[in-house]
Design a binder for this molecule. Structure first.
Ligand code: NAX
Ligand code: ADP
Ligand code: K
Length: 492
């Protein structure tokens, strides 16, 4: 599991550690890790041209000390000071001693940045507020157009460490070298995209973070990795039969949108449940594509036992079916039209009785439920998911460029999905995801685990299906088994 901590928590852990170490020791650890990463991306340090973008804080200090290390190894290092009177004094002296030079006219440094082999972004780190200041914007743009590699110190300047928001221009890094702990902004778009490849440097904060108490001390965000997903995937044992593996009910589709039912069933069949039961008006279309489906003509309440329901994809205005499903005492995944038709009280009541519900809106649906503009959800995905999870007392999976999953009530760490591709933004791929998630719920995963594992597999399947070209939702469903195999690491 990759865990990310808030700025407040990281600062507290740093304070605790600094109190026990000689002055400056922590920055030296950071600078050593940063210089090593820079040397790796340069390949050959001797004779290379390195430009440091240096702000007024400790982030700039890290860059200066790392620059000094590179200069001692023969690089030509020039530091562009964005706030000349306030740059880190010790770092500046170290750079000069090592033979590096200083450029105080930031405005005149654009050409230097464009020509550098390596640009080190030490403008701001976790102390950054708002977007990049005006003076830094032309330099960030030059770094982006330039020929060199861009390495961001701790996080790309201009990205909000806690949310991943980028107001205005932000530095676009090829590599980000982050210290002590991941920050949520490195896992969530757009920050994740600005960060490039993230390299973690351990500066010894572990104890401070683990020892933290209360919400400030616990991780704010976490991202599953292959091994975590492999542990969560349901695997049938010798004693299993189709009912013990779990039956998932799909109440989806309408005369107008039969395809949503087919796609949701397609996702569900690949998700680990032993059987898929379908109720709704698209039974013919479902059977034509998936003859293994158990199709019922009756409503959800009389269709036979299931261990979880999926309701909503392509459901049109069928509020009665949504109400019937929500009355069931098994886990329910609510998607698409179902989100609009589900009464807050009915969903909350389930949560308060301890019956899991997982809601899977995209940003537009989440905005409608919250009564805000879509942009507000897009720019604050963590907060929006938490808010919905609190209002509905249900787990919430918010789809989009970074899919996030908040637990019922909205507390705890939000799961951030690390897989996926923008090619998944294709009609019907959300229906596949809902079927897959429902199947995992029926197989016994908790709402948060089912949602985050479904998003993980769906994202991988999307990448396998796309390989750089457009995909249809059916293609994504067809590659789920391959995604599953790649996670468990065996071809069996
Ligand atoms: N505290 C520690 O123990 C360690 C901190 N480290 C580094 O220190 C960084 C944090 O340092 P600071 O607390 O000094 O903060 P930063 O260096 O991130 O930024 C603070 C400075 O930037 C200015 N600033 C704020 N927003 C700005 C903006 N939008 N544009 C331009 N300037 C802006 C502020 O006026 C302030 O002077 C971390 O990100 C990390 O790189 C590392 O050396 C590891 C150890
Ligand atoms: N820019 C993007 N990058 C990655 N994944 C995306 C992006 N946009 C959408 N997706 C994913 O594509 C799927 C689309 O689902 P949804 O919006 O419900 O569409 P539909 O209702 O047509 O099925 C979701 O899994 C979502 O996370
Ligand atoms: K930075």
């Amino acid at each position: 599991m990759r865990t990310a901590y808030s700025v407040e928590t990281v600062r507290a852990a740093e304070r605790e550690l600094m109190a026990r170490l000689p002055e400056g020791a922590l920055m030296q650890r950071a600078a050593a890790g940063l210089a090593a990463a820079c040397a790796d991306v340069l390949g050959r340090v001797y004779g290379s041209r390195v430009v440091l973008l240096v702000g007024s804080g400790d982030n700039g200090g890290d860059a200066l000390y790392a620059g000094a290390r590179l200069a001692r190894r023969g690089a030509g290092v020039r530091a562009v000071l964005l706030a000349p009177g306030r740059a880190h004094a010790g770092g500046l002296a170290a750079l000069r001693r090592a033979g590096g030079s200083v450029v105080s006219d930031a405005g005149g440094a654009v050409g230097l940045v464009e020509q550098a082999d390596l640009v080190v972004d030490g403008i701001v780190g976790i102390g950054g507020k708002g977007g990049l200041r005006e003076a830094a914007v032309p330099l960030a743009e030059a770094a982006r157009r330039g020929r060199g590699v861009v390495v961001a110190v701790d996080l790309p300047s201009g990205v909000d460490a806690d949310t991943g928001e980028a107001r205005g221009t932000a530095v676009r890094a090829d590599v980000t070298v982050t210290f002590g702990a991941y920050k949520p902004g490195l896992l969530i778009d757009p920050g994740r995209e600005y960060a490039g490849v993230v390299r973690f440097v351990d500066i010894g904060l572990g104890r401070g973070l683990a020892g933290g108490t209360g919400p400030a001390g616990s991780p704010r965000a976490e991202a599953l990795q292959h091994a975590d997903v492999a542990r969560l995937l349901p695997v049938p044992g010798a004693e299993s039969d189709k009912y013990r593996r779990g039956v998932v009910g799909i109440a989806a589709g309408s005369a107008r949108y039969p395809g949503a039912a087919v796609l949701a069933v397609g996702g569900a069949l690949r998700g680990g449940a032993g059987a898929v039961r379908y109720v709704g008006p698209a039974g013919g279309a479902v059977l034509a594509r998936y003859p293994e489906t158990l199709v019922s003509e009756r409503g959800p309440a009389r269709a036979g036992r299931v261990q979880a329901w999926v309701v909503g994809p392509g459901a049109g205005d069928d509020a009665a079916t949504v109400g019937e499903v929500l009355a069931a005492d098994v886990p329910v995944l609510i998607d698409a039209d179902g989100l609009r038709l589900a009464e807050v009280g009915a969903v909350r009541g389930r949560g308060l009785r301890g019956v899991p519900t997982l809601m899977t809106p995209h940003a537009g649906e989440a905005a409608a439920l919250l009564g805000v503009e879509r942009e507000e959800v897009e720019s604050g995905r963590l907060a929006a998911a938490r808010e919905l999870a609190a209002r509905y007392e249900a787990a919430v999976l918010l789809k989009g460029s970074t899919t996030v999953v908040a637990e019922a009530g909205g507390g705890g760490a939000v799961r951030v999905n690390p897989t996926g591709t923008p090619w998944l933004a294709t009609a019907g791929s959300g229906d596949v995801l809902s079927g897959l998630g429902g199947s995992l719920l029926a197989a016994g995963l908790s709402a948060v685990d089912a949602g985050s594992v479904a998003a993980y597999l769906h994202g991988l399947a999307g990448r396998f299906a796309a390989e750089g070209a457009p995909v249809a939702a059916e293609d994504v469903a067809g590659r789920i088994a391959e995604a599953w195999r790649s996670v468990v690491g065996a071809g069996v």
